[in-house]
Write a protein that binds this ligand. Structure first.
Ligand SMILES: *Cc1c(COP(=O)(O)O)cnc(C)c1O
Length: 475
């Protein structure tokens, strides 16, 4: 054994693995919500800055002891709080190796293996989601950054078509780009637009229907009002309703108006991998770019997102980093930095490569279909209870639940929903979150944890009904 890797380091590796194993083996029983008060959690971590390095095994044990009581049960099948995947065990094992190898996936020459793993995983992703095979794929932290990356390629390209060289002249004095997006667009799309230099004045907000889908007729009416360069942003999988925009129609409008069409498909694009749900994504391959998460429905460990752009050159123009010390030889493979804003970063492709193989094409199909079945079952279970209503047509894995009826004032109904969230979390057998649906407070259930099945849904439905009866009795 070499000097730099000492027996105590090996012991720390092994102890970390044992603790990780023990945590995962208990994930069925662990309450999904931490119960330790914040002050205690702080005290557990705040051990004082040491002057000397501490014993490696001691550090790992102290970390586990301090962190565990404050962990949220995202890997458990009872977690429905946000749209969050459950870190597949095999992807997680690949992350152990990734960390141990200490690779920097900046460019091909920094880590040929990291680059090739991403190259192969990128092809698999395009195949699974049936997107144009010539597309370039950037491996990034999540759908927020994936949206930013895709929209920066869009911005470069729509300006280039007006003969404006963005890379040379910047945005100052450029023709005004208008961005057409739904009033129901995800908050992170607005953030991405802000990072890219677009303000409120450049946004044209499109009305949505009762399921939070962008209204293609409103888009058709508003597009001709602007002569300059245009970007359209549609959505596969709305955060509350799970609904899908009409991609065939929006793609046609984008073509007619020479607009770049970006799809925010953070979780919903995975519906395309399940044949019985693929109809929702009909025509989606006609868009120009797609942002998708790895760490949501695909269950890749955090963090993992994909920026997919059909025109690879547009993405490279927007993202490439060049410096005298970043060299590429003619026979080098894919250079990761062409496809994203980061230089040094974790080798994200290994876990994606491993997770896709662990699930397989059939496993992904089965999981997406099961979550959808579970969502429909939950909707019918809770709807049987007087005073509970489901607001969305349950298309995929999201269920939007409202409480109270016509006789209750809106403020009272909002409070019911908030109190039900609190009561379910108090019981701590399942974890749900709140959200606002067209001005009304709801309980939002996201069924997206890898192993969640019908039994977990029964437990959740029981908890929701118990919570509602308690809340109603107390009001
Ligand atoms: C989760 C989500 C995002 C943001 O993704 P992150 O992975 O959290 O960055 C964007 N759009 C939609 C529709 C989402 O569900």
């Amino acid at each position: 054994m070499s000097d730099d890797f000492k027996p105590e380091h090996a012991a720390a590796f092994k102890r970390a693995l044992e603790l990780a194993l023990s945590y995962r083996e208990r994930s069925q029983e662990i309450p999904p919500r931490p119960t330790l008060p914040l002050a205690d959690l702080r005290a557990a971590f705040d051990v004082g800055l040491p002057d000397e390095g501490r014993d490696p095994v001691e550090i790992i044990e102290a970390l586990s002891a301090a962190a565990e009581p404050g962990l949220i049960g995202i890997t458990s099948p009872h977690f429905f709080g946000w749209v969050m995947g459950a870190s597949h065990p095999v992807g997680t094992a690949a992350e152990f190796l990734t960390a141990a190898w200490g690779q920097n996936a900046a460019v091909f020459q920094c880590s040929p293996s990291a680059a090739v793993a991403e190259e192969v995983a990128a092809d698999w992703l395009l195949e699974l989601m049936d997107l144009p095979r010539e597309s370039a794929v950037g491996f990034t932290t999540g759908a927020t950054m994936a949206g930013f990356i895709c929209l920066s390629a869009a911005r470069t390209e729509v300006l280039r078509h007006t003969d404006w060289d963005l890379e040379e002249f910047g945005l100052t004095g450029a023709p005004e780009v208008k961005v057409f997006l739904s009033e129901e667009a995800h908050a992170t799309i607005h953030s991405a637009l802000r990072y890219l230099g677009f303000g409120e004045r450049q946004k044209v907000m499109i009305a949505s229907d009762d399921q939070c889908r962008m209204r293609a007729d409103d888009l058709a009416a508003k597009l001709p009002q602007h002569a300059g360069p245009k970007i359209i942003i549609s959505q596969a999988g709305h955060i509350n309703s799970g609904a899908f925009d009409d991609f065939a129609e929006i793609c046609k409008l984008a073509r007619d108006h020479k607009a770049w069409h970006h799809v925010d498909g953070a979780f919903g694009l995975w519906a395309r991998a399940a044949p019985n749900l693929a109809q929702y994504c009909e025509g989606i391959d006609g868009a120009d770019s797609w942002s998708v998460d790895g760490h949501k429905w695909l269950q890749v460990p955090y963090d993992s997102g994909f920026a997919i752009v059909k025109n690879a050159d547009a993405l490279k123009r927007a993202m490439d980093i060049s410096a005298s010390y970043i060299t590429a030889d003619a026979d080098d493979g894919r250079n990761p930095t062409h496809y994203g804003p980061e230089l040094s970063r974790r080798a994200r492709g290994f876990a994606v490569w491993a997770t896709i193989q662990a699930l397989g094409r059939k496993g992904i199909e089965e999981m997406v279909a099961r979550h959808t079945r579970c969502a429909q079952h939950l909707a019918s279970r809770v709807s049987e209870e007087p005073g509970i209503g489901v607001l969305n047509d349950v298309a995929v894995n999201q269920v939007a639940i409202a409480f109270g009826d016509e006789n209750d004032a809106p403020g009272v109904r909002d409070k019911y929903a908030q109190d039900v969230v609190a009561a379910v979390r108090q019981e701590n057998t399942s974890y749900v979150g709140g959200a606002v649906w067209k001005g009304r407070q709801i309980v939002r259930v996201s069924i997206i944890s890898r192993t969640t099945d019908e039994r977990d849904i029964e437990q959740l439905a029981d908890s929701l009904v118990r919570a509602w009866r308690k809340v109603r009795a107390a009001n």
